[in-house]
Design a protein around this ligand. Structure first.
Ligand SMILES: [Zn+2]
Ligand SMILES: [Zn+2]
Length: 344
């Protein structure tokens, strides 16, 4: 089968290898759609914290089960599925509390011997395989993973429907966090970006305000002019230098800042602002099962709504053999690029 690898920095190859064997508790999935994630681009640029080249690529996917392990009911064969692409060890303190995302020995595709989803076939333990309804398309299903991240940010922000929330950054994760927030009944949202295209999508999704920070030198003040008061919570979905201090300027006393972006560089924090006004900065890492269920429920609704959100967020699609084009287009971050998918 064909698999996409990052050999070394900015060097992609498609290798032919044997289709992997499955263990008793696993299934083999024929991949139909694999999404390119911002974190794949981090590996492509060799700045990812743990997924280092050479590495097979991809963890977002949808497909059809074609083979079941001995311990998996054979009825799953032929089922349309998506996968929550991480596994815990099952024995550490975090796994005991169901926080697989924090497992001390968490495994993910592209690390060790688990091959990534940008391949003809993908192996997954049956416990992380989720059936999807026939009416849901493969491309919509492949958004389950990034949308779960959106639901995790909502969970970490501990949102109330009356909250005023700012999302800094309208990449795929920023937009899907907005989508998740609105689905939970939050009506006061402001979202930023330096590009107009994603802000237009944010308006479609239902943001109360969209704000292009590139138009102002002192954008935090301008934002406060719009919101009238400081916001209850800020979700940071971009890694611009000084973004945390900017978030500290717009969040109210006692407010929460959720960091979901992956940071390549260290940030200095105005710690006395944080301390004296009891603000909190909270990390947010992938998702857990409940976030995945929330994502699937929302995607089912979107599917019945003509996939309007899917079609806005997935801006580009290439066959697997043109993976290099997909990576380049995402790496260049042009005006109208959000989620790029590969088709198989
Ligand atoms: Zn992802
Ligand atoms: Zn564990």
């Amino acid at each position: 089968m064909q698999v996409v690898f990052v050999e070394h920095k900015n060097n992609l190859s498609i290798k032919s290898i044997n289709t992997p064997d499955i263990k008793d508790d696993e299934v083999l999935i024929k991949v139909k759609v694999a999404g390119i994630c911002g974190s794949d681009i981090h590996t492509y640029n060799d700045v990812h914290s743990f997924r280092k080249p050479p590495a097979s690529m991809g963890h977002e996917l949808s497909g059809v089960v074609v083979k079941n392990g001995k311990n998996v009911n054979e009825k799953i064969v032929g089922q349309k599925v998506t996968v929550m692409p991480q596994r815990g060890c099952g024995i550490c303190i975090h796994c005991k509390y169901g926080e697989i995302n924090l497992c001390n020995n968490r495994v993910a595709p592209g690390v060790n011997d688990w091959l990534g989803s940008m391949a003809d076939y993908f192996v997954a333990h049956s416990s992380i395989v989720f059936p999807i309804p026939e009416y849901m398309s493969y491309k919509t299903s492949a958004l389950a993973e990034p949308l779960s991240v959106g639901f995790r940010t909502v969970e970490k922000a501990d949102v109330k429907t009356s909250d005023n929330i700012a999302i800094l950054g309208s990449g795929t994760i920023g937009l899907l966090s907005l989508h998740a927030l609105i689905s939970k009944g939050v009506n006061n949202t402001i979202i930023t970006d330096i590009r107009e295209y994603p802000l237009n999508i944010a308006e479609k999704i239902g943001a109360s305000y969209v704000f292009n920070t590139s138009k102002y030198d002192n954008w935090t003040e301008k934002i406060l002019n719009i919101t009238q008061e400081k916001v209850d919570k800020v979700i940071i979905a971009n890694d611009a230098p000084n973004i945390i201090n900017e978030a500290l300027k717009i969040v109210k006393k006692g407010g929460k800042i959720i960091t979901v972006a992956m940071f390549n560089q260290k940030q200095h924090i105005d710690i006395s602002n944080l301390q004296s006004s009891e603000k909190e900065i909270i990390g947010c890492m992938t998702y857990n099962k409940s976030n995945f269920y929330d994502a699937l429920n929302l995607l089912e609704k979107d599917s019945r709504n003509n996939e309007e959100i899917t079609n806005s967020i997935i801006t580009h699609s290439f066959p697997l053999r043109e993976a290099h084009k997909g990576f380049e287009i995402m790496n260049n971050k042009k005006e109208n690029v959000l989620k790029v998918i590969l088709r198989l």
